[in-house]
Design a binder for this molecule. Structure first.
Ligand SMILES: C[S@@+](CC[C@H](N)C(=O)[O-])C[C@H]1O[C@@H](n2cnc3c(N)ncnc32)[C@H](O)[C@@H]1O
Length: 288
């Protein structure tokens, strides 16, 4: 079996895949139905398993994401079901989820906008005691994966446009935390082949400047949040200035700051909803 894994590593390296050894091991562990860490002590492949393994390695060499081949992707303490039609959650998004989780008080109301597989929503629901979590997603294909992942977790799945003021309008002014990993790549910008070929286009690209979803989501987050509530949004690494500037320009946020990922690239912006309700100033009603 270890010989088959070494041989697969060579095949995947020759195909230009940067994580060839990890992928070869993940596929072997999947076929053997054991954790990757136990491969060294696992029984060898049967001939049927070897055939299945070689077929998966060939598909990986042809560019299919390893997560699609395995049927799941890790995210913090979760394994999420993923496949064609849904964005595969990325490790860098764990930082945004972690920021939200770490700053949460007891039993918060949390909204995950652009939820995809449900990665952020489900991580919050798992890690924050008593959280009431809503996951908003627009794509019918992604919603199927989201519903499957959210089943039995208590997370409420909402089919709708994250920028639509009517979606979750009943929560306006009551939400403690809004998190969002939206599409944010400028249309036409080059992306790796596995992203271009396998991630849904509307999960990746967002208009000519990549801000077409973030702009209305900022407005929606400001409406959903209570005074003092927190907002975190992931963005393109070229938007480390642009997204904080949009948050400041909205006028309803304070404590605006940007955060880097583990590679030192600008990755997500955070802010607090100002205590004054209204669009950047106290309205007569709120001043009472
Ligand atoms: C980059 S993916 C992120 C998915 C998930 N939050 C994650 O971190 O893995 C963006 C998701 O937003 C969804 N989406 C795009 N525009 C949307 C909109 N206006 N309203 C709701 N969902 C939207 C896409 O279908 C996709 O699932």
């Amino acid at each position: 079996m270890l010989h088959a894994v070494s041989s697969a590593t060579i095949t995947l390296t020759d195909a230009g895949l940067p994580s060839a050894r990890v992928d070869a091991e993940l596929l072997a562990a999947h076929v053997l139905d054991v954790p990757r860490g136990q491969l060294a002590i696992a029984a060898g492949f049967t001939s049927e398993q070897l055939t299945a393994y070689r077929s998966l390695v060939a598909r990986r060499a042809a560019g299919e994401p390893v997560q699609h081949l395995i049927g799941s992707a890790p995210f913090r303490y979760l394994e999420l079901a993923v496949g064609p039609g849904v964005f595969v959650p990325r490790p860098e998004t764990e930082l945004l989820a972690g920021w939200g989780i770490q700053g949460s008080g007891p039993a918060p109301v949390v909204v995950d906008l652009c939820s995809g597989s449900g990665a952020i929503a489900l991580a919050v629901a798992q890690e924050v005691p008593g959280a009431t979590v809503y996951a908003v997603e627009r794509s019918p294909a992604a919603l199927e994966w989201l519903r499957r992942n959210a089943s039995g977790t208590g997370v409420t799945v909402v089919a709708g446009d994250a920028s639509d003021p009517a979606v979750l309008a009943e929560l306006d002014g009551r939400v403690d935390l809004v998190l969002c990993n939206p599409p944010y790549v400028p249309a036409g910008a080059p992306v790796p082949a596995d992203v271009a070929d396998h991630d849904p286009e509307d999960a990746v690209f967002a208009g000519p400047d990549g801000l077409a979803v973030i702009r209305p989501v900022i407005a929606r987050a400001a409406a959903l949040l209570r005074g003092g509530g927190r907002f975190g949004v992931e963005h393109d690494d070229t938007h480390g200035d642009a997204v904080p500037a949009l948050l400041r320009a909205d006028g309803r946020f304070t404590e605006v700051m940007d955060h880097q990922d583990l590679a030192g690239r600008p990755r997500f912006a955070t802010a607090s909803r100002s205590l004054a309700i209204g669009h950047g100033r106290l309205t007569p009603r709120d001043a009472l």
